[in-house]
Design a protein around this ligand. Structure first.
Ligand code: DWN
Ligand code: SAH
Length: 406
C-alpha cells in the first residue's frame, strides 16, 4: 500500500510511464549495462490533493558531483531571475542588513544579483559541480541538502532569514515536511518565503507530461502548497502565474496573520476547483491525453523516417528523458540531440542512448526537422536559430499537442 508523502492517506497510481532512468543521467557506453531504472508512476491524493510520484530514486543518485543541469545555460532565465531578485529586494528587504537564503541555488544564477547588490546571502546546493561555479563567482554557498536540521544549524551560525527563496527545487524534495518545518523556523516572523515550480494546472491543461520525471516528486497547486504550509503556521498570501518552464506558479508565503492574503490567491484556489485539480476524473482524462500525445509523436517520427527525412532533437532536457522513454523513441528515429551544456556533450541520453552533440553539429548540416525538447525556451532558441528555418528546417513541438512549426 502506498501512502501520501504529505498527509499519509492511502494513494494509488493513476498512470505508469513505465521504467525510467535517471532523467539527468547522461552516460557513456561503458555505463549502459549498469544503468539504473525505476517504475515511474504518478498518483493524486484523494485527501490533500497532492500529485506525486509513488517512487523516487535516492537523492544522491540524482544530485551529486556530476549533476548535468546548469541554470546559466539560458540567457532568458538569467533575466527572469534578475527580475525575481529585484522583486524580493524592492518589496521585502525592509530591515537593515537583511539575509536572503536560497535552496537549489545551482550555479548562482539568482544569488549573483544579491551578491552584486552587497546583500547578505547564502545558497544551499547539494550538487557540488554546479555549486563550485557559484563559489568561484564569490557567492556564499553550502554544499548540502537542505532540511530541518540544516535550518537549525544555519540559525545558529547566520541568524534567521528575511527572505527564503527557491526556484524549481521545492517540488524536487520528497521530505517536504522537514523542509517546511525548517523554513518556518528559519524565516523571521516578519520574513517572507517566495518560490516557484512548474504548475499542476498548466501540466494538466497542456498535457505537458514531460514535467513528470525522477527529480519532480510533486506537481504543486496553490491548494496543496497552502495545505502543507498551514501545518507549520504559515499561509500562501499570494500566487502569481509565471510563463517559465512551460507554466509555473510563484508562491508567496508568510507566517499566519503577518500579512494580508491577496484576492488573487483566493481566486486561484477557487479556480483550481473549477479546473478539477481536486477531482480524480481529471487525472483519468490526463492519462488518456498522455497516451494520445505519445502515439502522435511516435507516429509522426515514423512517417518522417519513411519519407527519408533527417530528424534531430534540440536541447537534451530532463523532460526529454520522459518523452523518449515513455514514447519508445531511439536513435533510429532521432539521430542526435544537440545541447549547449559541455558535460552532456559526447554522452548518450538516459535510457534510449541517443548521442548528445554540441550545437555546432546541428549548424554544420541542418536536419529536415528538429524536435524542440526545450519548448519552454522556444523564444530564446528560435530567435537564435533563424538560419535553420531559412534553410527549410521545421520545428516539431509536442506541447500542448504534437505539431510542426515552419
Ligand atoms: O527543474 C529543473 C529545471 C529548472 O531544470 C531541474 N529538475 C532540471 C532542469 O530541467 P530541464 O533539463 O528540463 O531544463 P531546461 O531549462 O528546459 O533545459 C534546457 C536544456 O537545453 C539544457 O540542457 C541547456 C539546453 N539549451 C541549449 O542547448 N540551448 C538551452 C538553451 C536556452 C539554449 O539556447
Ligand atoms: N534553482 C535553479 C536550479 C533548479 S534544478 C533553477 O531554477 O534553475 C534543482 C536544484 O536543486 C539542483 O541544483 C539540485 O542539486 C538542487 N537540490 C535538490 N535537492 C535539494 C535539497 N534538498 N536542498 C537544496 N537543493 C537541492
Amino acid at each position: 500500500m502506498n501512502k501520501c508523502l504529505i498527509c499519509n492517506s492511502e494513494i494509488s497510481p493513476f498512470i505508469s510511464y513505465g521504467n525510467m532512468p535517471i532523467a539527468n543521467g547522461f552516460l557513456s557506453p561503458e555505463k549502459f549495462q549498469e544503468e539504473y531504472f525505476f517504475e515511474m508512476q504518478l498518483a493524486h491524493c484523494p485527501n490533500c490533493n497532492m500529485v506525486q510520484l509513488i517512487e523516487t530514486p535516492d537523492q544522491n543518485m540524482m544530485f551529486n558531483e556530476t549533476y548535468a543541469f546548469y541554470s546559466g545555460t539560458s540567457q532568458a532565465m538569467k533575466i527572469h531571475f534578475k527580475n525575481f531578485a529585484e522583486d524580493v529586494k524592492d518589496k521585502y528587504l525592509k530591515e537593515s542588513d537583511p539575509l536572503v537564503i536560497e535552496i537549489g541555488s545551482n550555479d548562482g544564477i539568482m544569488l549573483q544579483n544579491f551578491k552584486d547588490w552587497g546583500i547578505r546571502h547564502l545558497g544551499i546546493e547539494p550538487s557540488s559541480n554546479v555549486a563550485a561555479v557559484a563559489v568561484k563567482k564569490g557567492i556564499n554557498t553550502i554544499v548540502s541538502f537542505f532540511d530541518e536540521s540544516l535550518a537549525e544549524k544555519i540559525i545558529i551560525e547566520n541568524g534567521q532569514a528575511d527572505a527564503f527563496i527557491a526556484a524549481n527545487v521545492m517540488c524536487h524534495i520528497p521530505y517536504l515536511h522537514s523542509i517546511v518545518a525548517g523554513i518556518s523556523k528559519l524565516v523571521k516572523k516578519s520574513g517572507i518565503v517566495i518560490f516557484e515550480d512548474p504548475y499542476l494546472g498548466d501540466v494538466i491543461e497542456k498535457t505537458s507530461y514531460d514535467q513528470v520525471y525522477d527529480e519532480h516528486t510533486f506537481l504543486f497547486s496553490v491548494t496543496t502548497i497552502n495545505f502543507i504550509f498551514n501545518k507549520y503556521n504559515m499561509e500562501v498570501i499570494d500566487a502569481i502565474p509565471q510563463e517559465t518552464h512551460g507554466g509555473s506558479m510563484r508562491y508567496i508565503i508568510g507566517h499566519v496573520g503577518e500579512r494580508p492574503v491577496s484576492e488573487r490567491a483566493l481566486i486561484q484556489i477557487e479556480r483550481e476547483k473549477e479546473l478539477g485539480l481536486n477531482d480524480p476524473e481529471t487525472f483519468v482524462k490526463f492519462k488518456k491525453n498522455c497516451e494520445i500525445s505519445k502515439q502522435e509523436l511516435k507516429a509522426l517520427l515514423i512517417k518522417l523516417k519513411s519519407e527519408g527525412k533527417k530528424v534531430a532533437g534540440y536541447a537534451a532536457t530532463s523532460k526529454s528523458t520522459t518523452i523518449l522513454n515513455y514514447s519508445d523513441i531511439g536513435s533510429d528515429l532521432i539521430e542526435y540531440i544537440c545541447d549547449n551544456t559541455p558535460i552532456k556533450q559526447g554522452k548518450y541520453s538516459p535510457g534510449k542512448h541517443i548521442p548528445i552533440v554540441p550545437i555546432e553539429t546541428f549548424k554544420d548540416t541542418y536536419p529536415d526537422y528538429a524536435v524542440l525538447f526545450a519548448y519552454n525556451h522556444a523564444k530564446e532558441i528560435i530567435a537564435k536559430e533563424t538560419e535553420f528555418i531559412k534553410q527549410g528546417g521545421k520545428w516539431i513541438m509536442f506541447v500542448p499537442n504534437v505539431h510542426i512549426v515552419e
